[in-house]
Design a protein around this ligand. Structure first.
Ligand SMILES: [Fe+2]
Length: 221
């Protein structure tokens, strides 16, 4: 327990130093848009089929800073029989939505999901990986039950709350802007998918000091 507290302190100290010198790529820090219709419709159908019809579900232990709810339930992930979500990630039009927001050229790095959060889940405030996750997007496929599960973004010291409708996505600066879902999810299931992008030319946007901190982050996060 004592050790955990020490690690938490190290993490928050490092996160603060990372945030302070993170390149600023947008004025607002985040932007909500509709997921392109053709992508969303396939996303929705494939997720429904995988979860409810084919039962392609597994537990995702300790995923992405989620705190298990009081029943100690980890988030679930449904997995698909094809690479549709990977194709979305590498789709030039989809990447461009993120590039337009960030104002720089990006390359796809990671994606997760469809992840299924359950009743009572919260998401601790955190920053993402300083080099591979500079720009991220959180897509709401749909939720069962209560529709509201606000995200908060800490932009230049101000906490802003955002609720997504089904079929919407929020693109955001996932390192400069700490993000969270502080209110326990009141619905039954929330289906989300998450994409991450890095600058095509990292050195063009980041200082040497930032690169140094990023490698420190890798060791303790
Ligand atoms: Fe995150």
């Amino acid at each position: 327990m004592k050790n955990n507290i020490k690690i938490d302190a190290l993490r928050s100290d490092l996160a603060e130093r990372v945030i302070n010198i993170c390149p600023k790529l947008s004025k607002e820090g985040f932007k909500v848009i509709r997921i392109p219709d053709d992508i969303y419709s396939e996303m929705y159908q494939k997720t429904i089929a995988a979860y409810y019809l084919e039962n392609n579900i597994r537990k995702e232990y300790g995923a992405d800073n989620a705190i298990p709810n009081e029943n100690k339930l980890d988030p679930e992930v449904c997995f698909l029989n094809d690479n549709f979500f990977d194709l979305v990630h590498k789709n030039p039009d989809f990447i461009k939505l993120h590039e337009d927001f960030a104002g720089i050229n990006l390359k796809p790095t990671y994606w997760y999901g469809p992840r299924v959060y359950l009743n009572g889940h919260v998401l601790k405030e955190h920053i993402d990986h300083p080099t591979t996750h500079l720009i991220g997007s959180s897509l709401k496929i749909f939720s069962e039950g209560d529709d509201e599960w606000p995200l908060t973004f800490l932009v230049d010291g101000q906490r802003v709350s955002v609720s997504l409708e089904r079929g919407e996505m929020v693109i955001f600066e996932a390192v400069r802007v700490p993000h969270a879902r502080p209110t326990p999810f009141k619905g039954k299931r929330y289906f989300g998918i998450f994409y991450h992008y890095a600058p095509l030319d990292f050195n063009a946007v980041a200082s040497d000091e930032y690169a140094k901190l990023a490698s420190e982050y890798e060791k303790i996060m």
